[in-house]
Design a protein. Structure first.
Length: 221
């Protein structure tokens, strides 16, 4: 038989190691976490074949709050068990472990429009006095009585004895103003587009994550 012992800083990692061992068929009587008084732990570890120095070191680690996992397996299972226990230490990203992201910025250049001046055209109205002279004609109607002496002929006599009214109206011309709007000029707004090339310089950042195994020891007897 072979006995493997690893002290984990985090009990969650120790629990993950035990769960992984049991998933691979190792029984509850083969894998457990050391607990108890220091003297008891030194004795138990020594019974697995470790010398007193190593036994005290693991017992003190358990006393300091580390989770000390013991796997008592057959010789042909020792390499497999050792690999599973080591992998639990480095596999902190699973089952609620912490994940350290590796971040890298990407660089791209877009275009935004801004104003660089322009032209404003404002229309306003002004009045200029003008004048023109025009001749206006007025008609006045009058009536003049005069003496006459002549003999009426035929139809004239018949018509003369018919009652009738004759009216004549006079007229008077008045000035009328007519205006016409005529386009005499135009102001046209236009844009002229030119292109220029520019080089944009900046910096991009990325994080570097270094992985270092700490706080774990393993031994095989």
């Amino acid at each position: 038989m072979a006995t493997l012992i690893i002290a984990y800083n985090d009990k969650k990692i120790a629990d993950r190691a035990i769960a992984a061992l049991r998933d691979e068929g190792f029984g509850e009587n083969q894998v457990h976490i050391l607990s108890g008084a220091k003297a008891k732990l030194v004795s138990e570890i020594s019974d697995y074949g470790f010398d007193e120095v190593d036994a005290r070191a693991y017992a003190e680690a358990a006393g300091d709050g580390k989770a000390v996992v013991v796997a008592h397996v057959s010789e042909d299972q020792s390499d497999q068990a050792q690999s599973i226990m080591d992998r639990a230490t480095s596999d902190k990203g699973r089952e609620g472990g912490e994940v350290m992201p590796i971040v890298e910025e990407e660089f791209s250049v877009g275009k935004a429009k801004t104003t660089n001046g322009g032209v404003r055209v404002t229309s306003s109205v002004s009045e200029t006095p003008v004048e023109a002279t025009v001749t206006l004609r007025t008609e006045t109607v009058g009536a003049e009585r005069r003496t006459a002496d002549r003999l009426l002929q035929g139809d004239e006599a018949e018509a003369a004895f018919k009652e009738k009214t004759v009216e004549m109206m006079g007229t008077r011309e008045e000035a009328e103003v007519h205006k016409e709007a005529r386009v005499v000029g135009e102001v046209e707004l236009s844009k002229e587009t030119t292109e220029r090339r520019t080089t944009v310089k900046d910096t991009v950042r990325k994080t570097h994550v270094e992985v270092e195994q700490i706080g774990a020891g393993a031994a095989k007897k």
